[in-house]
Design a protein around this ligand. Structure first.
Ligand code: 1CP
Length: 355
């Protein structure tokens, strides 16, 4: 499609793409490949474009967000773009005071700790976020127009991972305050998580309305939860965030070996992302035959000599054959110090060995 398609409402969605078919359950050769955090600091062209622009301002400037999204697609020949944004963007759009500090991550001026803090947040109408999301829709329309047949993945943060930042006020290791609120004040917890699910849903909808072909829900920190807490306090909210998304759905978490069957969210997720700790054949065995797996190259191995990387990638692909379908990815995001040429070689290798 030409860039003229970008201007029209309902830009064409490349639904016949390898990625979308794989999420839906077809085994696709060559295996579709993309990388979490493929846009960003591993790319010199990204670092150049970001000079003098704060992270969240870059996310909300349509031509900048679009260009950053396209950079890794052009460079690596991956089978999908992932929209350049951040999980806290919808919270910024809700009027919450959040910045992303370089080298640290999201930081909130007013952490949400008490029932009255929660009451103030949940009073914000999620539809205000939808109205404020025009820069997101505009950026997605530009990207989709440029990508042609390559699909764009939209994403959002899952309620627990967002709550972990909002309650703590910034990045934390064990997300103790969020996990504490579940037990200390379950009513406040469910109010907050329910609101976060609506806001994430609105953010996903902005991206799919503008032409994203698939969505991924990032529950990066869900691995810190017990199975019991995941079921009692988290799963229903993640399911609500993902369920309304009008596109094939991927659900991802880190350190979630014990949660994998629950992460299917009763069939709401079409594909489950697996981190590097669990071999994909083992993940497929616990997930069952009606879900696609995504992953799970160990990001640490990207620093190794090429023959070590190659053997690992071949092993991941081989184990992925145990699932109904497989999307090759890392087990978590691209580390900033990664040599981008290694990523380009991995795409070529994967396409070649599964051609
Ligand atoms: O200045 C910079 O370059 C900031 C670094 C950066 C980038 C490039 C941050 C801050 N966010 C992003 C972009 C981003 N964030 C994307 C881009 C698309 C792509 O994958 O190419 C995505 C999908 C996210 C989502 C995100 N933000 C997650 C979920 C994914 C994951 O890695 O688990 C999380 C946990 C965040 C919070 C966040 N934002 C930024 C940082 C450094 C962090 C993590 C902080 C922490 O360790 O708690």
């Amino acid at each position: 499609p030409s860039s003229a398609g970008a201007a029209s409402a309902g830009a064409p969605r490349p639904d016949a793409s390898a990625l979308v078919r794989a999420i839906r359950g077809e085994r696709i050769d060559p295996v579709p490949v993309w990388f979490m955090r493929q846009a960003g600091r591993s790319l010199p062209e990204y670092r150049e474009l970001r000079v003098g622009t704060r992270m969240l301002d870059a996310c909300l400037t349509p031509d900048v967000a679009a260009e950053i999204t396209l950079q890794p697609v052009r460079r690596h020949g991956v089978d999908a773009g992932i929209f350049f944004s951040d999980i806290v963007v919808p919270l910024r759009l809700a009027g919450i005071d959040v910045v992303i500090e370089p080298g640290r991550g999201p930081v909130f001026a007013d952490p949400v700790r008490t029932a009255s803090d929660v009451a103030k947040i949940v009073a914000i109408d999620p539809e205000e976020v939808a109205a404020a999301a025009e820069p997101v829709r505009e950026a997605v329309r530009i990207v989709v127009g440029e990508l042609g047949d390559t699909p764009l993945i939209g994403f959002a943060g899952a309620p627990f991972t967002l709550a972990a930042y909002l309650i703590e006020g910034g990045p934390s290791k064990e997300h103790l305050r969020a996990r504490a609120m579940m037990h200390a004040d379950p009513a406040a917890w469910h109010d907050l998580a329910g609101w976060l699910a609506r806001v994430s849903h609105v953010f996903l909808r902005a991206q799919t309305d503008a032409g994203a072909s698939a969505v991924q829900l990032f529950d990066s920190w869900a691995g810190s939860l017990s199975v019991a807490d995941y079921r009692a306090f988290v799963a229903r909210h993640s399911r609500a965030a993902l369920a309304g998304a009008d596109a094939p759905r991927i659900h991802f978490g880190v350190g979630t070996a014990h949660l994998l069957p629950d992460m299917r969210l009763e069939g709401t997720a079409d594909a489950v992302g697996v981190d590097w700790r669990t071999p994909l054949d083992e993940a497929a065995a616990v997930l069952g035959p009606d879900v696609t797996v995504q992953g799970n190259i160990d990001p640490a191995l990207l620093q190794a000599p090429w023959d070590v990387v190659e053997a690992h990638v071949r092993d991941v692909i081989e184990r992925g054959r145990a699932a109904r379908s497989h999307i090759l990815n890392l087990g978590h995001g691209v580390p900033p110090e990664t040599d981008p040429d290694v990523l380009t070689r991995i795409v070529a290798l994967a396409h070649e060995v599964t051609a």
